[in-house]
Design a binder for this molecule. Structure first.
Ligand SMILES: N[C@@H](CCC(=O)N[C@@H](CS)C(=O)NCC(=O)O)C(=O)O
Length: 224
């Protein structure tokens, strides 16, 4: 049977796209990567959520990194993304969701709210009219999300305490390692990878991760 045709709407800077990209590579799936900036309207119309990542498999558009992971797992089961044991599976889900829904806002804060983090963002969007409009649009939207969710209403010291507690927890999750649930990399590891890799590229997050060797080494391992 022919392999399904896969188009990945991949914004290289998104932690959720990093997660999906790592899963595709881990499973050895071939795909065509497309910059989503020019397709935002159609991604919103077809996927309704209007966020990236989005993945088209044989003409069907799947949105949300978790749904994408489950669809890929069904089509390409080897190597598996989910543990067989039900308790391990539950833990995998809890860690994945914590990375996606909690750790994400710490990275977002240090990239978009923190002025040192925000400084290089316009370059990522480029100088074209579309790029400049998209930057202004997302800056407003993301600062609004950070306020609504609550992270940017905290003092910088408070967010820093959150960051340190999160990294401490990741370090403990990786003990004894080498992955969060033991020998194999599962979906939770790819979620952690996306968020930690994103965070590590922010000035403050990079410094915090650099000083924690288990987290630093884990990122190097998954990247390899
Ligand atoms: N839960 C979603 C989150 C995706 C997400 O928040 N993507 C961001 C980029 S990192 C986005 O598209 N934001 C644009 C928006 O909120 O309109 C997933 O797992 O895919």
């Amino acid at each position: 049977m022919a392999a399904p045709a896969i188009t990945f709407y991949d914004w290289p800077y998104s932690p959720f796209c990093m997660k999906v990209r790592a899963i595709l590579d881990h499973k050895g799936v071939e795909y065509r990567a497309v910059n989503p900036l020019r397709h935002l309207r159609s991604i919103r119309r077809r996927g309704r959520v209007g966020k990236v990542p989005a993945l088209e498999i044989d003409g069907e558009l799947i949105v949300d990194s978790t749904d994408i992971a489950y669809v890929l797992e069904a089509s390409f089961p080897d190597p598996p993304l989910l543990p067989r044991d039900p308790r391990q599976r539950a833990l995998c889900h809890a860690i994945e969701d914590w990375a996606d829904e909690s750790l994400y806002f710490i990275g977002l804060y240090y990239r978009w709210h923190d002025l040192e983090g925000r400084e290089p963002i316009p370059r990522a969007f480029g100088k074209s009219l579309t790029g400049r409009i998209a930057y202004r649009f997302y800056l407003k939207r993301i600062l609004g999300q950070l306020r609504g969710q609550g992270t940017s209403r905290k003092t910088p010291e408070h967010v820093n305490r959150d960051l340190e507690r999160h990294l401490e927890a990741v370090g403990e999750l990786l003990t004894p390692g080498p992955h969060a649930l033991g020998d194999r990399a599962y979906l939770c590891d790819f979620a952690l990878w996306g968020q930690l890799n994103y965070l590590s590229k922010t000035p403050a997050g990079g410094r915090a991760i650099e000083s924690r060797s288990p987290v630093r080494e884990y990122l190097r391992r998954i990247k390899a």
